[in-house]
Write a protein that binds this ligand. Structure first.
Ligand SMILES: N[C@H](CCC[C@H](N)C(=O)O)C(=O)O
Length: 289
């Protein structure tokens, strides 16, 4: 099967984008892993498949697959690249696009300066919806917003994590220096910890001041990436709830800068998270799967 694709990246988090709006496409896990393979395939962190939406008032549906072949709920950098793709390919002339994923409805807006702002929806703190099963785990609360936020000790791992969902699961820990943080050794152990029945994205955040952080993320199903959009959202929301950050934060990832805004302090926990950042096309290609 010949598959045409566009390679894209957002702050170094890279994607194979496939337009399935004209003809449905079904890829099995082996084909998805081949697309993601940096030696035997194209190479990417995630594969994005764009489909027409059957829902009235919704422009598109887009499906997200980690390069291990698993389908996931949300991808922040991918959402920005999706908007850029739709605009560049002329799939829509709207400046604001409504798109549904497997479990969310997003409003995506293309800015004049070429960066893309995505309304990522409200964070989810209910542990069962992350999902997170803290059986036998202990927590301590920090911060004042809505009574503070739990930091959970993970037995066997020398870390305390803030747990929340941006549609996909995140465990964020504060570190003194991201450059020396044990991302590659501790990250996979957090990712597959038994308390996370669907695994988890493991974030490592260094706080520079109340509006600037550095972040590395060991992503569920993809390993460490150069940037993680939902991870940046989760880290900033956790930092605000824990009293460490203000409502607008620049997040320096290995691959670029993301700006995250969350009015949780002034508008309450249901405020949506806004993420702004780059989204660029790298090349078009075709592969036989
Ligand atoms: N690895 C993530 C999906 C991609 C998220 C990331 N690339 C982003 O930009 O949000 C997960 O399994 O939930």
């Amino acid at each position: 099967m010949k598959v045409r694709f566009t390679k894209m990246q957002g702050a170094g988090n890279d994607f194979v984008v496939i337009d399935a709006t004209e003809q449905p496409l079904s890829l099995d896990a082996a084909q998805l892993r081949r697309l993601g393979d940096r030696r035997f395939g194209v190479g990417c962190d995630q594969i994005l498949v764009i489909e027409k939406s059957a829902t009235p008032g919704v422009d598109f549906r887009y499906r997200i697959f980690n390069n291990d072949g698993d389908e996931v709920e949300h991808c922040g950098n991918g959402a920005r690249c999706f908007v850029r793709y739709v605009a560049d390919k002329g799939l829509s002339d709207k400046r604001s696009i409504r798109v549904e994923t497997v479990n969310a409805l997003l409003e995506l807006r293309l800015r004049e300066d070429g960066r893309v702002t995505v309304d990522m929806g409200a964070p989810v703190f209910e542990l069962a919806r992350v999902p997170f099963e803290p059986v036998g785990l202990s927590a301590r609360r920090e911060g004042s917003l809505a009574g503070g936020f739990e930091l959970w000790g993970l037995p066997g791992l020398d870390c305390e994590v803030a747990v929340l969902s941006m549609g996909n699961p995140h465990a964020v820990q504060r570190v003194a220096d991201v450059d020396t943080a044990p991302v590659l050794s501790l990250g996979p152990r957090v990712e597959s910890h038994a308390a996370f029945p669907r695994r988890v994205n493991a974030g490592f955040m260094q706080i520079l001041d109340r509006s600037h952080v550095k972040l590395r993320v060991f992503e569920r199903g993809a390993g460490e990436t150069l940037a993680c959009g939902t991870g940046a959202c989760a880290a900033v929301v956790a930092g605000i709830r824990l009293g460490w950050l203000d409502e607008r934060v620049d997040v320096q990832a290995l691959g670029g800068l993301l700006t995250i805004e969350w009015a949780g302090l002034s508008q309450g926990l249901q405020a949506p998270v806004l993420m702004t950042g780059p989204a660029e096309r790298v090349f078009d290609g075709e592969i036989t799967l």
